[in-house]
Design a protein around this ligand. Sequence first.
Ligand code: 3EB
Length: 351
Amino acid sequence: MGALPASAALADRLALAPCPFRVADASREQLRAGLDTHVLACLRYGREPQSDADPRSVPIPLERLDDAGVAELWISDEPVQTGESDGIRYAANRSILFGWLHLDEAECATMERSVLRAYVRIDQLINRLGYPHWLRAWNYLAHINQGAGDDERYRRFSLGRYNATALKSAFERELPAATAIGTYGEGLTMCFLVGRHRAQQVENPRQVSAFRYPRQYGPRSPSFSRAMLQHWRDSSVLFVSGTASVVGHATLHPGDASRQFDETLTNVEALLENAARLSGLPRAGFAPEAYKLYVRSPEFFAEVADAARERLMEKGPVAVLQGDICRTDLALEVEAVYRWQGDPSAPGAQR
Ligand code: 3EB
């Protein structure tokens, strides 16, 4: 899978639409007036996040440990159309759709079946509306580590998700970038971003693909890609999955948040380099547009705060959220949206 010659890649890019969204942090004041017509999604954080009737407003019960914004906005380049169908709320522009649904605790009692049905419902909706390609999924599951062995809620979630994705042909290449994090709330909130065009899967050479994890992590492997890369006319976007201190398939540095943080950023860098190699886009042109740092406890955040400030917060917006990571030996996890806009000084750059 070599990169296209630069001239062909440029010609292909000119045939694409401009990127139809950006990600931004929102303050409480910005949200008071209600959501603008261009907002695709508003992810509201907090121990008891506000919820309202707007289908784009998604309460995520995770405490925010930094003192920046209270919500993450996905902003469309044109007014969006909203809807609700089969319990799924969504907003779309001409090329992407953001949607979400909530399963309550009663539905989580039959997790495998409820998650399978939720994914099938989502697939039916996005196929009907014409946005069949998965880019990104977020799964916020209360009590994610509850239950022993294969009865753990996270493993039961993974089994339901696998059963849904394995229904599709060539499914391993179509898996979205994903996050699975434990919350203080109840039930499971699933958010997703899908598009009209297929994105490119990017795996991490330092890590076994999650969809190939061995049996010891559960009866079925977690169905997600390490990252997905989508090209637009003016820029390319790399959706980076939840990334932690996992090398090969093993957790490294259990109990040491600081070394886990270093290992995690090494993983993100390896992923970016692989995205650059696969696409032919110079690494130097990729810049972080939005970052999240999930930490299991405020104590772990205190251990990495200086490093996080220097290595992440000085380079772009970062939300720090307290939540449980899906393996109990992981202290933290990051996720990111990177945008490639070209770097005129880099060799091989096209713009
Ligand atoms: C890992 O590398 C860490 O099950 O959707 C990260 C991102 C992790 C997504 C998921 C799990 C998921 O395996 C855990």
